[in-house]
Design a protein around this ligand. Structure first.
Ligand code: ZN
Length: 180
């Protein structure tokens, strides 16, 4: 039989575990009031410079091809964002727009098209034992996510740009109200 004392110790450690799990998902999408200036050309920085500029989560996604947790805080935030544009957190390049946002239900921010195609580069990615198409920023080579074709979504392109919201900067449109 479990004693009161060991039960309360157990409850206490469960609370601690819940708190530390929460801390790991603190990274929310960077938001700015004004549209940042587009980079003039290619943005090349040293690893040390990227580490200094980016948050640890932005660095992990953009520079180490990391993937944020599905259905995490960033995704919840994304779902409630209204009209606006999405820029690269590494170099400010315009990447996506709420005009092409759709609810794919996959747990990551999804768009059916980039907002500025020349700012997005697609690369063949054979990691994890499957051939996928990686989406990167054309200006700073930052990793953004992957794009999937022909899954049957009722969108104009039937493409799903499955993007890590943590690597983006959201700029709400001036007349935008957050979705409820
Ligand atoms: Zn970039």
């Amino acid at each position: 039989m479990i004693s009161i004392r060991s039960f309360s110790t157990l409850a206490f450690s469960l609370t601690l575990a819940a708190c530390s799990a929460e801390d790991q998902t603190k990274a929310v999408m960077e938001t700015r009031a004004e549209v940042p200036a587009e980079p003039a050309g290619k943005v090349v920085k040293t690893d040390a410079e990227w580490k200094k500029q980016l948050t640890p989560e932005q660095y992990r996604i953009l520079r180490e091809s990391g993937t944020e947790r599905a259905n995490g805080e960033v995704y919840k935030e994304f779902k409630h964002q209204g009209k606006g544009t999405y820029h690269c957190a590494g170099c400010n390049a315009l990447l996506f727009s709420s005009d092409h946002k759709f609810d794919s239900g996959c747990g990551w921010p999804s768009f059916y098209d980039p907002a500025k195609a020349e700012n997005v580069v697609l690369k063949k990615d054979s990691s994890l034992g499957a051939v996928r198409t990686e989406v990167t920023c054309a200006k700073c080579d930052g990793h953004l996510g992957h794009v999937f074709d022909g899954e049957g979504y009722k969108t104009p392109t039937d493409q799903r740009y499955c993007i890590n919201g943590g690597g983006l900067i959201y700029v709400p449109a001036k007349d935008a109200a957050p979705l409820k």
